[in-house]
Design a protein around this ligand. Structure first.
Ligand code: HXC
Length: 258
């Protein structure tokens, strides 16, 4: 299906999903959120796709939920919006790895969308923030929860209470992003990371993602037990045999997702 607010291209087993509302700095309106969720679910179900790369424009990953659309919403409208609700945990439902490549503004819902991805590669122009407080509301798609887990209480309180932006360097120092690269190199770097993931066994990559995500939902003891069990389970796959045989035979592994 043709989308109006996003562009999806599939190449080399990577689904590149680009937010595309340039006139509104990729503000997340209901249409965009719906199309994005649909595109992510389709990519997750598409056998040709092994990794998803989500990005915006050079100026903005996304400047937040669409304030113009939201401004006249009632409590009932916001409460009824499945899309705001779905995006709080929506991307976690996607089982294939999802990378966010962030350039420019990632504010409010934009920051929350990036944080819902598995990891963030940022350009040196990236600016992260939860400025909802300036609008008389607070973060609504994870900004008080995922940001706190990512950067700790003090910085998260600072961001959520003052509404200030964090630049890419500070975001890397704080552990919000995994890498910072010059703006011109960002897509190359992010695509390089996606292509590295594409080479792996998809069943193993999905399991690694599940195990890391489990760490946010469990005690250390439970998380370690989960990790150990899925580690054991991977020995039931052909890809484990192939990966270890390839190491011993000093050749590249040919994974078959089995
Ligand atoms: C709607 C937006 C928008 C947004 C920018 N635009 N952000 N439209 N919703 N979130 C529009 C502007 O109105 C303008 O269009 C055009 O994009 C360009 O923006 P400018 O403001 O002219 O650009 P600039 O001066 O460069 O400033 C960039 C900016 C600023 C600092 C990012 O636009 C800004 O502060 N935006 C709002 C950021 C924000 O508060 N985000 C949180 C939203 S609440 P026109 O046609 O007017 O010229 C949120 C809640 C999530 O995200 C939780 C939901 C459950």
């Amino acid at each position: 299906m043709a989308f109006e607010t996003i562009i999806v291209e599939i190449e080399d087993h990577v689904a590149l999903v680009k937010l595309n509302r340039p006139d509104a700095l990729n503000a997340l309106n209901q249409q965009l959120l719906g199309e994005l969720m649909q595109a992510l679910e389709e990519a997750d179900a598409n056998d040709k796709v092994r990794c998803i790369l989500l990005t915006g424009s050079e100026k903005a990953f996304a400047a937040g939920a669409d304030i113009k659309e939201m401004s006249s919403m009632s409590f009932v409208d916001v409460n009824a919006s499945n899309l705001f609700a779905a995006f709080g945990d929506g991307i976690q439902r996607i089982r294939k790895p999802v990378i966010a490549a962030v350039s420019g503004y990632a504010l409010g819902g934009g920051c929350e969308l990036a944080m819902a991805c598995d990891f963030i590669i940022a350009s040196d122009t990236a600016k992260f923030g939860q400025p909802e407080i300036n609008l008389g509301v607070i973060a609504g798609m994870g900004g008080s929860q995922r940001l706190t887990r990512a950067v700790g209480k003090s910085k998260s309180m600072d961001m959520n209470l003052t509404g200030r932006f964090m630049d890419a360097e500070e975001a890397e120092r704080a552990g919000l992003v995994s890498r910072v690269v010059p703006a011109k190199k960002m897509m190359e770097e992010a695509m390089g990371a996606a292509l590295k993931i594409v080479e792996k066994s998809l069943i193993t990559a999905r399991t690694a993602k599940e195990a890391v995500n489990r760490s946010f939902e469990s005690t250390l003891t439970e998380g370690l037990l989960f990790e150990r069990r899925v580690f054991h389970a991977l020995f039931a796959t052909e890809d484990q045999k192939e990966g270890m045989a390839a190491f011993m035979e000093k050749r590249q592994a040919q994974f078959r997702d089995k």
